[in-house]
Design a binder for this molecule. Sequence first.
Ligand code: BES
Ligand code: MG
Ligand code: ZN
Length: 481
Amino acid sequence: MKIKQKKEITNSTVFYPYSEGESASKYMPKELLVKIEADKDYFSKKGQTKRYFINNKDYNIIHIGKIEKMTMEQIRQYCSLAFKIAKKEFFREFDLFIWQNILNISEESIIYSALEGIMLTDYQFDKLLSKNDKNFSIEKIDIIYEGNVDFDAIYKKIEIITDSIKLVRDLINYPANIATIDYIEDEAKKIAKKNNLEIRSFSEKDLIKDGFNLIYAVGKGGSEEPRLIEISYKAGEGCPNICLVGKGIIFDSGGLNLKPDSAMADMKEDMSGSAIVLGIIKIVSELKLKINLTVLMPLAENAIDGNSMRPSDVITAYNKKTVEILNTDAEGRLILADALSYSDTKNYDLVMDFATLTGAAVVALGTKITAAYFRGAKYKYPFIESSVAMSETVWELPLFEDYKEMMKSSVADIANLATPSRQAGSIMAALFLGEFIKNENWIHLDIAGTSFADKESGYNPKGGIGVMIRTTIDFLTKISN
Ligand code: BES
Ligand code: MG
Ligand code: ZN
């Protein structure tokens, strides 16, 4: 698929955005306006679409809201919907009209958002079908935009970002019998080799030797050996040093505290965090951002076996705290705890973690809002600002210290489950993690609700989304040198 910028409409198939008010309609040809005027009632609602054939032109109209209140997200959604309609109607090529002079949005952001909308929508997880009847694909999209932007530079950047997001989506969507620990490690090694990144893999032996006992304990019931992968990208001295940690449970059966059937169904998604941080370092190294970035991927399967950890087991963490396992299904916080403690051995300016951590986060915020926890003020608002710009909503929940006493254990320093266990579940998991990291700047994202969708929505597909990648890239770009 080729996407180019053009200043004038030449194709007979054209997409136009529609908006109430004068300012938008002046961009449309007269004969089209007359028709739309007659359908005014139909176009009273945002999201309405209609097709008109006039003088051998095929006009496709999408109502995208008031032009005065235009946001980057509306542009993304407009382009996403145009792409979907084009696919459904078998348009091999078409022109996609974009307004110039949209209030409050820079020319660059307009084109950036338009390309994001198209390229994020252009994804299908069809890798596991025996027959791919791909007899149709869109060949050419011309973006009709009168302004002057460095289109190719923007395109290249979006291509790097969206290619990586698609790789992350694939990794999440592959079930655990395919995206095994070995498979994910190979993928990480391939990326590291291609992009000249340092990579180190702690084998099961290394984990035991170095004291990553929580990662080992969670993974020892699985048929593959658990692992910790560390990948680093170095931009140079003086650049901010950032570490990202991603939960990598390739499948979460719950362990001996087995999940009931419906709760287990989508648990191949439980390695989303690891896939996401891998995708991020791929992008950061390809964009050559001026930051030093390390990602940590603790990988394990939470499985049932004679060797599985048990409720009541006590394990000594990497930071030497003893942990009583009260529920083997609260395994994410265990593998993250060791990885976070390990990050404390280096002097990172900021540590972030991404984890499909708690069902409670889904209960609290649903499937479109990520639960976010911030320790330290320095990076908080830049991060939230990026999430707003990228339309990946986060909502802060508190690291409420008083609740820590709920994790008291009668035999160890801390328990991995709070009592009572059904209160403030996402906060309790966050507080647990907080006991294993000393860094003053830490952002924890509980993406249990937002990582994996049971139906498509706009440019986000069904299944793995690659949530928070765009936000984090925007954020890291801002704080880079
Ligand atoms: N992987 C799950 C959390 C999860 C739930 C992710 C739904 C995505 C969708 C996590 O390991 C887990 O099982 N958490 C338990 C913790 C509980 C035992 C304290 C949960 O949320 O039920
Ligand atoms: Mg679990
Ligand atoms: Zn889990």
